[in-house]
Design a protein around this ligand. Structure first.
Ligand code: OGA
Ligand code: NI
Length: 371
């Protein structure tokens, strides 16, 4: 193979890059090779390591909100639930939901099918290997900067919506029922997202379909990123996923029920999320922060790893139609409250994270309108 050719990053017309800058190493293979030390590529600079000293007290947690009653016809407790969601979106950007309407058996089946998939030997997964052009498939890095310090995780990324992007051939075929399970899981999460979107709109005094309409109505995008965090020989030096905010609209995360790992930034501390059984973790992404003109916050988060247990999580992303400009809603801006962000399509916006990788809140912060 022509080595020089491999070293050249190919910029396509859309600005994305077709190849990884260097050979991909599966974190699973490293973890299974009984390393006594952590390879340099995964050692974070001291200032980025997951120290425990500046962490919040272990009892602190993100809000847990019971959605029971919210979606039923009568629902007398609506106002209280709506107010709690409103506060969570403004103050935390993150909350857990229980009684969300998705069957617990389906949640477990989805996570455990993916666990089985990741337990396949690495060579059995290489045929699904992804590229930075679409990210679809089996991957082990985010961003294409040559020589970057990497995160301690592998993942699988696939599209659920819009229908033309949903391609079963790009989904795993093992374990045998995984495609059906993912399909049903995806449909349930699209429904749940639609309901939460209505609450987010109403809570800003907008008509309940406002956010959905701004996202392109029926033509929204939805994708799934399944994260596999193997055991790490030196968890105090590495991160499973570096600090980032999610570039899309809204994320619904199914965490591992056994293993903590997700940390959410609250002011200057990192709070370790304690997952409630069969809850989902919901968070605001950059596109909703933009539409709401920053009333709702897309909050930075990261994942820590450990040396005892692997961790599997399913991040479902609910996104605007990818080619319509997203900007603060007219109803929410005025002379006193000018739009903070210029219009940009999600196709354009997501190139920040796809090329630069996770970088805290720098993508949305650098996207502000000139003053
Ligand atoms: C993500 C993410 C958190 C987790 O995939 O964007 O933040 O707990 N995942 O795996
Ligand atoms: Ni995230």
């Amino acid at each position: 193979m022509n080595k020089n050719k491999k070293d050249v990053k190919v910029e396509t017309k859309k600005g994305s890059i077709d190849e990884w800058p260097e050979p991909i190493v599966r974190v699973q293979s490293l973890a299974e090779s009984n390393l006594s030390s952590l390879p340099d590529r995964y050692i974070k600079p001291a200032s980025q390591r997951p120290t425990t000293t500046e962490d919040a007290p272990a009892s602190t947690n993100i809000p847990i909100i019971d959605l029971e009653g919210l979606f039923s016809e009568e629902g007398s407790s609506d106002d209280v639930i709506m107010a709690r969601i409103s506060e969570a979106c403004r103050e935390w950007g993150f909350f857990q939901v229980v009684n969300h309407g998705v069957r617990p058996e389906l949640m477990d089946a989805a996570r455990e099918s993916w666990r089985e998939f990741f337990h396949l030997p690495v060579h059995a997964k290489e045929s699904y290997s992804n590229s930075p052009r679409t990210y679809e498939g089996y991957g082990s890095r985010l961003g294409v900067e040559k020589g970057a310090i990497l995160d301690w995780s592998d993942y699988y990324y696939l599209h659920l919506l819009p229908p033309p992007l949903k391609d079963f051939n790009k989904w795993p075929s093992f374990p045998p029922n995984i495609r059906e399970v993912i399909d049903e899981y995806g449909k349930e999460l699209v429904k749940l997202s639609g309901r939460i979107m209505r609450v987010l709109s109403s809570n800003l005094g907008l008509k309940e379909d406002k956010f959905q309409d701004a996202f392109g109505g029926e033509n929204i995008g939805a994708c799934l990123r399944v994260n596999y965090y193997p055991k790490c020989p030196r968890p105090e030096l590495a991160l499973g996923l570096s600090p980032h905010s999610d570039p899309g609209g809204m994320t619904i995360l199914l965490p591992d029920d056994q293993v903590f790992g997700l940390q959410v930034r609250k002011d200057d501390t990192w709070i370790t999320v304690k997952p409630h059984p069969h809850a989902f973790i919901v968070n605001i992404g950059d596109q909703i922060q933009i539409l709401s003109n920053s009333t709702y916050k897309s909050v930075e988060h990261r994942v820590i790893v450990n040396s005892e247990k692997e961790r599997v999580s399913l991040a479902f992303f609910y996104n605007p139609k990818s080619d319509i400009p997203i900007q603060p809603l007219q109803e929410l801006v005025s002379n006193h409250n000018p739009p903070l962000y210029p219009p940009m399509t999600f196709d354009q916006y997501r190139l920040f994270i796809r090329t630069q990788g996770p970088r805290g809140k720098s993508h949305v912060e650098s996207h502000v309108s000139p003053r």
